[in-house]
Write a protein that binds this ligand. Structure first.
Ligand SMILES: *Cc1c(COP(=O)(O)O)cnc(C)c1O
Length: 525
């Protein structure tokens, strides 16, 4: 018997907050935060150094000859500035981050500690390989784990993120076709795939053709099979897909694609839902990226760093990008362009990055894998799926779940905006109101397969009490919306440091303003 979650207390007229900003712009105990250029001044300094004459630095004539006008603050004010900024931000360490498709999971402090060990953190990528055997051993061990967990024989660790991994996989597929003199032009991408999939295929010069989804939120297999022909280079399938559902026809599709001379790219960003349960290699996948920053817990957001290793089938392994680590006579060795031919990897399409990849992420991911073990990783997947299904079933009577009838979901619960019909409110209004209730919104308007999508991915580490709190907030909002109390939605968010920003421009054209340093123009030249 599931206890009824405690509803969030509705606002009474007396407790309702003012809709507009406060008189000072400050909120509660949070001061409105100016830029350092506005609050500091070049005359102030947080340090107390003696004025050393410039020539004492012996910088071969490059020493600073005049002040450059950077603002100075006392140490206390500098600490406050960054602490206040951090309170305006939201992070996984503050509360749930239910962004569907993003897998915002807890980052164990163990991984953070290990990644900061000087033996990893202070390496230089151009150090002789003899001096970094331990780091190469970590990369090798991580690669072996990724191969074992996916059932694939080869791995490239260098791609920097999921989309970069997709590019690596598709470049290997293109190289494999070109090596046979096969000029295939088309890549099939189901509607249920992630948006980066068609973008990657197009970036590789392929014509992208969309394959419809069926009523169960999965690939319309008959439509895909009917489209296969000698001009199809590959299919790109996200599994579990962006509706949070398992593409159960993947083996059938893979056999048909291979018979037609094509390859199967799998977007494995959602591997968190199946790790330890399913090996994509067993489903017929030829290349798949894994987002270490999703499945294996490394931090992400704010643009990185991420890591998107790619695993390859035997058919594609010879074309995999450089460099990668091999073990020979108990030593570890990085296969690079200079040695590729001699090492038997002369067919590689090239490299994805200047060096070997994101070392800090490798250490964190391996720490996560080793601390869980194979059984623990399976438990991760099971709990992620359990949590998402709990959210789905506790909300489907008040929200609308387009594929709720199609059985359990995987790691994320998908809702659409049918439950808001007639209220005059949109998915965006609903998401903004959730901020006022203390929760970061779920992913909205993605996937595109359903109208006004809300995609909730709780991840495995959220305890039931926290899920109940989130569910209670969602239920209370849905009921408030249906009761016609729309003002609080339109005004939301009322308690955030900023209200509604321009959804597109705020991210694409951020206004990075600072006060010009106080240097006379003539000198500045
Ligand atoms: C996150 C994600 C990607 C892109 O990964 P990045 O690391 O952000 O480049 C691709 N596909 C799916 C399904 C994802 O969830």
């Amino acid at each position: 018997m599931i206890p009824e979650p405690r509803p969030t207390r509705p606002f009474t007229a007396a407790s309702a907050p003012p809709a507009g900003p406060t008189t000072t712009g400050n909120r509660a105990l949070l001061l409105e935060e100016p830029l350092l250029f506005e609050s500091g001044s070049p005359e102030v300094s947080g340090v107390d150094l003696e004025d050393v004459p410039p020539h004492a630095f012996r910088l071969a004539g490059f020493e600073r000859t005049r002040p450059i006008g950077l603002p100075g603050l006392s140490e206390g004010e500098a600490v406050r500035h960054y602490t206040r900024l951090s309170r305006q931000n939201y992070g996984i360490d503050l509360g749930p981050f239910p962004l569907g498709s993003c897998t915002m999971k807890h980052n164990p402090r163990l991984g953070e500690k290990l990644a900061r060990l000087p033996g990893f953190a202070d390496l230089h990528p151009l150090q002789p390989q003899d001096t970094v055997q331990g780091a190469l051993a970590v990369m090798y061990a991580l690669g072996e784990w990724l191969k074992a967990l996916t059932g694939m024989p080869a791995v490239a660790l260098s791609p920097r993120a999921g989309a970069h991994g997709e590019l690596a996989g598709m470049l290997a597929i293109r190289a494999a076709h070109e090596a046979r003199g096969d000029a295939r032009r088309v890549v099939l991408v189901p509607e249920s795939a992630h948006g980066t999939n068609p973008a990657t295929a197009a970036f590789c010069g392929y014509a992208v053709e969309s394959v419809p989804a069926d009523a169960r939120g999965r690939i319309d297999t008959a439509a895909l099979l009917a489209r296969l022909s000698p001009d199809v280079a590959a299919v790109m399938i996200t599994n579990p897909n962006t509706c949070g559902l398992f593409e159960s026809d993947l083996p059938v599709i893979a056999r048909a694609v291979h018979a037609a001379g094509g390859y199967v790219y799998c977007d494995g960003a959602n591997f968190n839902a199946i790790v330890g349960r399913v090996r994509p290699g067993d489903l017929g996948v030829d290349a798949m990226h894994i987002n270490l920053h999703k499945t294996f817990s490394t931090p992400h957001g704010g643009g990185g760093p991420g890591a998107g290793p790619v695993v390859f089938s035997a058919a594609l392994a010879p074309f995999a990008p450089l460099p990668f680590v091999v073990e020979r006579d108990g030593r570890f060795h990085l296969v690079e362009e200079e040695t590729a031919e001699a090492d038997g990897h002369g067919s590689s399409f090239g490299r994805m990055a200047a060096f070997h990849g994101q070392m800090g992420m490798f250490v964190r991911a391996l720490a996560y894998i080793l601390s869980h073990g194979a059984d623990g990783l399976r438990q991760v997947a099971d709990d992620a799926v359990l949590n998402a299904n709990y959210v789905l079933r506790r909300l489907e009577d008040v929200l609308s779940a387009p594929f709720g009838h199609a059985g359990p979901c995987m790691h994320e619960a998908l809702f659409d905006d049918r439950f808001l019909e007639g209220t005059g409110l949109s998915t965006l209004d609903f998401a903004k109101a959730l901020i006022d209730e203390g929760f970061h919104p779920m992913t909205v308007y993605f996937p595109l397969v359903v109208h006004g999508a809300m995609l909730v991915e709780p991840t495995e580490t959220e305890p039931k009490a926290r899920l109940d709190q989130f569910i209670a907030a969602m239920r209370a909002l849905a009921e408030t919306a249906k009761a016609g109390d729309v003002a609080r939605f339109r005004e939301a968010p009322r308690f955030a440091p900023r209200r509604r920003l321009d959804e597109t421009e705020a991210a694409r054209r951020p206004v990075l303003t600072y006060r010009e340093p106080a240097i006379p123009r003539s000198e500045a030249a």
